[in-house]
Write a protein that binds this ligand. Structure first.
Ligand SMILES: C[S@@+](CC[C@H](N)C(=O)[O-])C[C@H]1O[C@@H](n2cnc3c(N)ncnc32)[C@H](O)[C@@H]1O
Length: 203
């Protein structure tokens, strides 16, 4: 479970999750809310979301990161073409990132990273996000509740999650500020996603 060779997927161009544009849910959120300061986007893939956040404001600096070097290359090419000096992308494993960026971010912006990791590592994911954020920093997440069954019959990724599981995972160290099934979505994901904003507790 969860042994996807992400780098191979990008080398082969086998990236069906990449819709060629930022998450509609993220775009809708950014239209209505200000996201400023230092932002990290884990599992950013080819960087659509990183670029979208960066082009909104000079008051934001965005670090995309991904475990696939080829994805990082695609993202940095995109950022370079758009001359987005307030954004960059780095090759890293989310589970190691806090060693270098402990408590440095105002926001973690998550889209299809949580659903990509092995479900047995979800507590590690919460730990990593907690350690990356400053006290009071926020996690903006577009979770995938119920992805369509894969055509090859493999369980995932993407791996779905329940609201109860999310509640249990984040309880105690984060305060839930917003939670809703968004009205906008990529085709095929309508009603399957959940937007959540968590604030990291001070301690
Ligand atoms: C389903 S893709 C989504 C990519 C991008 N968010 C998008 O929507 O196009 C999941 C991404 O997470 C990355 N990834 C998986 N495990 C990771 C890890 N442990 N650390 C960092 N990135 C990871 C993969 O390389 C891949 O780019």
């Amino acid at each position: 479970m969860g042994n996807t060779d992400w780098e191979q997927c990008y080398i082969e161009g086998d990236t069906p999750w990449d819709q060629g544009s930022p998450s509609p849910v993220l775009v809708e959120y950014l239209d209505a809310n200000s996201v400023t300061g230092r932002v990290v986007a884990p599992g950013c893939g080819s960087g659509h979301d990183v670029a979208e956040i960066a082009r909104r404001s000079d008051l934001v600096s965005v670090l995309g990161m991904d475990i696939s070097p080829s994805a990082v290359g695609l993202a940095n090419t995109r950022l370079g073409l758009e001359a987005l000096a307030n954004a960059s992308c780095e090759h890293a494993d989310l589970f190691d990132l806090q060693q270098h960026y402990n408590g440095q971010f105002d926001w973690v912006c998550e889209h299809t990273c949580f659903c990509a990791i092995d479900p047995t590592r979800r507590s590690d994911y919460v730990n990593a996000v907690h350690q990356l954020l400053k006290p009071g920093g926020k996690l903006l997440a577009v979770f995938y509740l119920s992805p369509k069954q894969r055509e090859d019959g493999v369980a995932g990724p993407p791996f779905g999650c329940s609201i109860e599981e999310l509640d249990a995972l984040f309880d105690g160290r984060f305060v839930l500020e917003e939670s809703r099934v968004p009205e906008v979505a990529f085709p095929g994901r309508e009603g399957r996603e959940l937007l959540r904003v968590f604030r990291r507790n001070p301690e």
